[in-house]
Ligand binder design. Structure first.
Ligand code: SAM
Length: 280
């Protein structure tokens, strides 16, 4: 056989580069800042933000003085993050391409804090993801993950559920990202990476999506810029079910909204996972 072998297209990367998550992230900044405010970031702390998008948590972590590396599979989001770092004059913040399930090139034990808010949960091979996060965390360091919860009645869990119902089924080998929102899976994946049960904490927490526009505008943003929802609309349109999908999602966005007239303020529950890497 002659010639080079073309590498298989990366569906995970294509899904996130298809849209523009910066448009959704704009409604999530306050919660990102609040969450980082609880993490005890101190000047000089070495921080990895995995599946960082354009820096909803990486930017506030760097503003607090951490030396932050943002890693994301989507080249457009890496570029958007680096543009934000430049605009803010944050020389302690840098974004680069990478896959949470294979962090080769990043040395063992490098980070005091590894953050992954609705990021690494979307990577393939969850056991590899847990192993890689533990590997790059320093002894005594922490991992903090945010994961959407399957079956939860609030916004994003339901957006993913409804979107999946209108999208062709994934390959059999596909492990659903939302399985990261189940405590038993979290424990099994970190246990396999060598973490003791007592070092794994889980609690339910909440993120807010806020916009100075009605919920229909936020849904429009998901429709045009959020990969999983874009795919659902495409499939629904091809099946002649676009109106059905739109009505279901609009009812969800409107019923979850707590904002006043013309405003969006929607709380979405997630599983907050905190792992401490033992010193032995
Ligand atoms: C829902 S967004 C969250 C972004 C960011 N953490 C935030 O809170 O705004 C999911 C992010 O995970 C990234 N992602 C998906 N799969 C990934 C993978 N295998 N490795 C690294 N990042 C990944 C996507 O590109 C996207 O930026």
């Amino acid at each position: 056989m002659t010639g080079s072998v073309a590498s298989a297209p990366n569906a995970n990367k294509a899904l996130w580069e298809k849209g523009d998550f910066t448009r959704i992230a704009a409604s999530m900044r306050e919660s990102g800042e609040e969450l980082v405010g609880t993490l005890g970031v101190t000047p000089g702390m070495e921080i990895l933000d995995l599946g960082c998008g354009d820096g909803t948590t990486a930017v506030p972590a760097a503003r607090s003085g951490g030396n932050v590396l943002g890693v994301d599979i989507a080249a457009n989001l890496v570029a958007a993050g680096n543009a934000r770092a430049r605009e803010e004059g944050l020389s302690n913040l840098y974004f680069r391409d990478g896959d949470a399930s294979d962090l080769r090139g990043i040395e063992d034990n490098r980070f005091d804090l590894v953050i992954s808010i609705f990021g690494a949960m979307f990577a393939p091979r969850p056991f590899d993801v847990a192993r890689e996060m533990v590997r790059v965390t320093s002894a005594g360091g922490r991992i903090v993950m945010g994961n959407w919860i399957p079956g939860d009645p609030t916004l994003i869990a339901q957006v993913l559920k409804i979107s999946a119902a209108f999208t062709p089924p994934p390959p059999e080998s596909f492990v659903s990202p939302i399985t990261w929102g189940m405590e038993d899976n979290v424990r099994a994946r970190f246990a396999a990476a060598g973490v003791a049960p007592a070092e794994i904490g889980v609690e339910k927490a909440s993120y807010r999506f806020r916009l100075s526009a009605p919920p229909a505008t936020l849904l429009d943003t998901f429709r045009h810029y959020y990969g999983p929802t874009m795919n659902a609309y495409e499939a629904a349109t091809n099946a002649g079910r676009e109106d059905e999908l739109h009505a279901e999602l609009l009812a969800l966005f409107e019923s979850e909204n707590q904002g006043g007239p013309g405003l969006t303020d929607i709380a979405a529950s997630y599983l907050k996972v905190t792992v401490t890497k033992g010193r032995s």
